[in-house]
Every structure is written in structure tokens, then in C-alpha cells.
Design a protein around this ligand. Structure first.
Ligand SMILES: O=C(O)CCC(=O)C(=O)O
Ligand SMILES: [Fe+2]
Length: 356
């Protein structure tokens, strides 16, 4: 019988080098790439668009056949997270990549071999899910630069720096992990994904500031991209929340520097100090085709440097997915027990927009 690899022993079985930016990295070999590609092809027999439940289950079943090094790295990351906040798998199969679409809500990437690769990896980490109406509410989303959004704080921006954030900080149901699989880099190689580990940023702050971040003295607004079609006139403000929880050794964050603010002057100064500290210890990861970056959405902020959108079909293109360890926590927001969370934003609006 084959020996079962327990999480405690996993770290000894994986050869991990430091990635381009001090992020833990696993280089996938050519043989391993072929195994993953074969599994992704098998998964391709189920539609990720119309048969989501069966698709995710199939990905989880097939995941048992992934190469040990890949599986062990993902299981280890799932178990403990990583103080560096990210895991980079380099050299994954993505198949033929068509021209980058000009819109992000057409669900093009969902049907590509890369989506199969991403979902196989996600199935080892936990449960894949999506949010309505963000990027058509699919479980695999296209992250690419879109005309008219260049200077926004949406993930489809380009010219603007995408500020450091925890993904969907407004939502209790937010992902434990965000998976970003690169299909195409930007032509100029200017775009870099940013990672800033919580413990490093916190180490730069005065103890009184860290204590304050643990108090429920903050509010956070819902990203505009989630409110499209909701009919709500103004910002949806959620709170009061604490930005920091967890232990000193394993801090947990809930903050998006484009959306989160203090409800009084001292609390706001703490947000500004944290932002400055997080910026100061940012790591840049220039994703290459076949790179999967898994971000721990609790122990690190992520963001992206500015780059140029050309609209020539060669623009940067990532596939993104959200993974939770516990899908049951969002059951009230998932109609019919599916995998797409549909939040009632009106109910979420717990704070008068005049406060703060
Ligand atoms: O484009 C990137 O590298 C990261 C974008 C991002 O933060 C996201 O899609 O959640
Ligand atoms: Fe993000």
C-alpha cells in the first residue's frame, strides 16, 4: 500500500526553491507537465459553464492523479498557509492560447485547457467558488485589461497601480486562496503581481498601532465591480470590522487599501501606517505563461503594478479562481446549493454612508 503523506511530513518531500521574489516556488518538470495536461484534457469533458458541480467534483477526483510534488506543495500550503503569503508553481500546461479577448465577462478562459489545470490545482486546495455578478460569476474568471477601465481599481485595470488588497475584503464568505494562472504576460513585461506578507508589514508598526488594528474601528466598501446591476444608488459600507485577527505568529488580515478606512481619525491613521508598511515590504512576481500563483488571502495583501493595454490580442491574460476551505459558510448566499455566491448587498449595507 502506498504511504499516505501527512501535512507534517510534506515539507520534507517537496523540493522548493525560492521563487523570483522570495515566494516559495515549485518548478514543474516536463514529465509532470504532461501528466497534468492529460488530467486537464480528461476534465475538459465536463462543462465548467453549465455543469459546475460535476466539473468541480471531477477536478477534485482527478486531482488524486497529480504528480506528488505538485500535490504535496498544495496540501502543505492549504494546511499551514505560508508566511511569505504565496506559492508559485512554474511550468504548468496551458495549451494553445487564443488572442486575448477585449472583454473580461465573456467567459472565454473558462473553456480553455488552462482552466482545467487551474481547477485541478484548486481541487487540492479546497472548494472552488465564484461571486455574482463579478466577471459574469464564473468559477474561472478572465483577468485582462479592458478599455475604459485602465485607471480604475478593478482587476481589469492596467495603467493604474492596483492597490494592495485582500480579495473581497467586504465579504465574510471571502476566499481563503486566490489562484492566478498566467496564460500570457504583457508584451513589455511591466506587469508584476505584488505580494506583501502580513507579518512583515506588522513588524514595521508600533505595538499600539497593531493593537488598534485588532479593534472593530474600520469599515470597508464593496468593490464597484460587484454592484453592477444591483440597482443600489451609492456605496455599500460594511462594518464595523477589525483589520487584524489571528495570532502574532499567524496574523489574519481583512483590508483593501482602496476600500477600507478607519471610523475615526486614530483608526484612519492606523490604516495609513499599515498601507505604508505593506508597500515597503512588497514583493514583485512577474508571472510567465504557465505560472500559477496561489495567494493566501488572509496572510498577505496582493496587488499589481501598472502596465500598458494595447488591445491587439496580445495583452496580458490571467485565469483567476477563488478557493475556500469551507464552502458551507456561504450556504445562505448560494442559491440552490450551487457554487456561485450571490450576496444581498442591500442587507450588507450595515453602516450609514455618513459615518466616518
Ligand atoms: O493582475 C494581477 O496580477 C492581480 C489582479 C488581482 O488582484 C485579482 O485579479 O484579484
Ligand atoms: Fe485581487
Amino acid at each position: 500500500m502506498q504511504e499516505i503523506i501527512l501535512p507534517e511530513t510534506v515539507r520534507h518531500t517537496v523540493a522548493m526553491g525560492d521563487g523570483p521574489a522570495g515566494v516559495q516556488m515549485v518548478q514543474v518538470s516536463r514529465e509532470e507537465r504532461e501528466v497534468v495536461a492529460d488530467l486537464a484534457t480528461q476534465l475538459g469533458g465536463v462543462s465548467a459553464g453549465t455543469d459546475v458541480q460535476r466539473y468541480v467534483l471531477q477536478a477534485q477526483m482527478l486531482g488524486a492523479g497529480l504528480p506528488d510534488s505538485v500535490r504535496a506543495a498544495l496540501l502543505h500550503f492549504r494546511h499551514d498557509g505560508d508566511r511569505r503569503g504565496g506559492l508559485l508553481l512554474r511550468g504548468l500546461p496551458i495549451g494553445d492560447v487564443p488572442p486575448t479577448p477585449s472583454e473580461a465577462d465573456l467567459g472565454v478562459g473558462l473553456h480553455l485547457p488552462g482552466a482545467g489545470t487551474l481547477s485541478l490545482m484548486a481541487g487540492v486546495l479546497g472548494e472552488q467558488f465564484g461571486f455574482l455578478p463579478e466577471l459574469s460569476g464564473q468559477i474561472v474568471q478572465d483577468i485582462l485589461p479592458v478599455k475604459g477601465f485602465e485607471d480604475t481599481q478593478h482587476s481589469i485595470s492596467s495603467r493604474a497601480l492596483l492597490e494592495l488588497h485582500c480579495e473581497t475584503a467586504f465579504a465574510e464568505e471571502r476566499a481563503d486562496f486566490v489562484g492566478l494562472l498566467c496564460l500570457r504576460s504583457d508584451t513589455d513585461h511591466e506587469a508584476a503581481t505584488l505580494i506583501s506578507p502580513a507579518h512583515e508589514a506588522l513588524a514595521r508598526l508600533a505595538p499600539a498601532t497593531v493593537d488598534l488594528l485588532r479593534e472593530p474601528r474600520f469599515v470597508t466598501t464593496v468593490d464597484g465591480s460587484f454592484l453592477r446591476g444591483s440597482g443600489l444608488p451609492g456605496p455599500v459600507v460594511v462594518g464595523p470590522i477589525s483589520i487584524l485577527s489571528g495570532s502574532e505568529e499567524h496574523p489574519r488580515l481583512r483590508c483593501d487599501f482602496a476600500e477600507t478606512r478607519g471610523i475615526d481619525a486614530r483608526a484612519q491613521r492606523a490604516v495609513v501606517a499599515l498601507h505604508k508598511a505593506a508597500d515597503a515590504c512588497v514583493q514583485k512576481v512577474g508571472l510567465l505563461p504557465g505560472d500559477l500563483l496561489v495567494v493566501d488571502n488572509h496572510s498577505a495583501f496582493h496587488g499589481r503594478t501598472p502596465f500598458v493595454r494595447r488591445g491587439d490580442g496580445r495583452d496580458r491574460w490571467l485565469l483567476r479562481t477563488f478557493v475556500t476551505r469551507d464552502l458551507a459558510k456561504s450556504i445562505a448566499s448560494r442559491a440552490g446549493g450551487g457554487r456561485i455566491v450571490d450576496i444581498d448587498y442591500q442587507k450588507l449595507n450595515t453602516v450609514s454612508s455618513h459615518s466616518g
